[in-house]
Design a protein around this ligand. Sequence first.
Ligand code: ADP
Ligand code: MG
Length: 234
Amino acid sequence: MDATLVADALSKSFTTGAVRTDVLRDLSIEIAAGELTLVSGPSGCGKSTLLAILSGLLRPDGGRAFALGQDLARLEPAELERFRLQHTGFVFQGFNLFPALSALEQVMLPLGYLGLGDALARRRAGDALAEVGLGSRMQLRPAELSGGEKQRVAIARALAKEPQLLFADEPTSALDAANGQIVIDTLHRIARTHGATVLCVSHDPRLVGHADRVLAMEDGRILADRRVAASRSP
Ligand code: ADP
Ligand code: MG
């Protein structure tokens, strides 16, 4: 079995004051290596929680999450941190960039943590930024970049690590049409050219044409799971 992400009977609830919300309810899913899977569903149905658990950012209350064959609950915090750094990229709706760093520095940072020397990190970061069309804007800080450019920096940061797993949580929802399209094309290339497994939460209908599979969530469960005849070119 070459499932690269496995959710096995996941459950998760949050308690705020006296109110308990069951966010994931006995959710199981297997995602094959190299596929681009879209997750859709109404706000609050648990999409971000599912991504956070499968990427090791959050622990489930029940059930197990496996990534690349690794039971994430079995990793010590430092090992989990290492695993996430080495094998996963995460692109957030809100970009999560450091205000004081240039685009180049944002992308170089995780490469430094991974132990790449400065020259190699600089070259890889530059290549990743060029790939998302920011080759001439590498010295700019987030405040000097548009929303679309910021999201492309975030994608370059994930891409430069050459991760086997890429998670993207509503990566186009804060962007205009043109920038959204660039982000979509880049995600597509990451899956097709780099062979990464991409799990992406999105309602963007333009992404459906690039997906292998679409999961519809509702109320903490997978309601529908369908294969798409994916277009193989951007
Ligand atoms: P989606 O991404 O589908 O919109 P989420 O997974 O973000 O949904 O959230 C599902 C539910 O869990 C929502 O009702 C949300 O308010 C709640 N929730 C998410 N994270 C937390 C948290 N850290 N503390 C309390 N409630 C949370
Ligand atoms: Mg969400």
